[in-house]
Design a protein around this ligand. Structure first.
Ligand SMILES: C[S@@+](CC[C@H](N)C(=O)[O-])C[C@H]1O[C@@H](n2cnc3c(N)ncnc32)[C@H](O)[C@@H]1O
Length: 301
């Protein structure tokens, strides 16, 4: 909230509405007449948040959409130019807890993992379609999984035995495929990286993030702020590089020897960011442990 600095009467976009926790805080801060556009790909999240935000009446406008379309959705809903944009990436605790969504390795539900269950391919179909080499590549690229080759082999073997029907079955296959750590004790479940990789692939998470960051800058008015919360190094790297390039002005790919875009800086950093949770916050909310918050203020350029 400090980084976003919402003022009474301002216009804000929450691109990852989820349970509406941030949205409530923003709507309170922009009272009495500020408005918030809440976007989520998950129709169930929109339904739940609509109930929670009902007391704010017409000040809360909710749309089920992917945030890759945020420029169009914000423009069609009268939120351009906006004073603030929040992206709190990844999945919500509701989605993780819902056994039918396939996000959690403890659940005996189907392997789906789509934020929007009406679009794209569920994780089960992806696991069925990819060959061993392609699977290993997904695990390496999106999970930074050191045992990608072994795990891909185990998945293909389990698949041919018809033993991959649910999230917990996949977690078990992965657990058996990776060597035990030397200490004999694991800090996180051995399938964590595999589930992260599949979720990223199924939802095209890195691709849509790049699109949303550019769209976000387009819709902000000068002085408007964009705040992004990431939960793993792949997405954090994208946000960090994007803000760094926009701060420099030049958005040429790093492999170009000279600047060909000629762009002026479009953002400046927000004081106090990047930020990570305090030890006390991690104790109170262990899921915040990997969070990193980056924020930038739009310049007039
Ligand atoms: C960490 S939760 C957000 C929690 C929220 N800030 C709150 O206070 O309750 C992330 C949400 O973003 C949604 N989401 C993830 N990727 C998305 C995308 N590309 N487009 C739209 N929504 C997305 C998920 O469905 C999930 O509900």
């Amino acid at each position: 909230m400090q980084a976003l600095a919402p003022r009474p009467g301002s216009l804000h976009v929450d691109g990852t509405l989820g349970g509406g926790g941030h949205a409530v805080r923003i709507l309170e801060a922009i009272a009495p007449d500020g408005r918030l556009l809440g976007i989520d790909a998950d129709p169930e999240a929109i339904e739940r948040a609509a109930r929670r935000l009902a007391p704010f009446g017409a000040r809360a406008v909710l749309r089920q959409a992917n945030f890759e379309d945020l420029a169009e959705v914000a423009s069609a809903s009268g939120f351009v130019p906006a004073d603030g944009l929040l992206l709190d990436l990844g999945l919500s605790s509701h989605q993780l807890a819902d056994a039918t969504r396939g996000f959690s390795f403890g659940a005996h539900g189907p392997l789906d993992m789509r934020f929007d269950p009406s679009r794209g391919e569920p994780a089960a179909a992806l696991l069925d379609r990819l060959d061993e080499r392609e699977l290993a590549e997904v695990l390496r690229r999106y999970g930074e999984e050191p045992f990608a080759g072994r795990i891909a082999r185990a998945i293909v073997a389990a698949r041919s035995r018809g033993a991959l029907g649910s999230a917990d079955a996949l977690a078990e296959v992965v657990e058996r495929a990776v060597p035990a750590p030397p200490s004999g004790r694991r800090r996180v479940h051995p399938a964590t990286r595999v589930f992260q990789a599949l979720r990223i692939a199924v939802n095209r998470e890195l691709e849509v993030l790049e699109i949303a960051l550019s769209a976000g800058l387009q819709i902000l008015r000068p002085g408007g702020r964009m705040v992004v919360l990431t939960y793993h190094s792949l997405e954090d790297r994208i946000v960090k590089r994007f803000f760094a390039a926009e701060r420099r002005g030049c958005v040429c790919p790093p492999e170009l020897p000279v600047c060909v875009c000629g762009r002026a800086p479009r953002v400046r950093p927000v004081a106090g960011t990047p930020a990570t949770p305090s030890a006390a916050e991690v104790t109170a909310n262990p899921r915040s442990r990997s969070a990193r918050l980056r924020a930038a203020e739009r310049l007039a350029a």
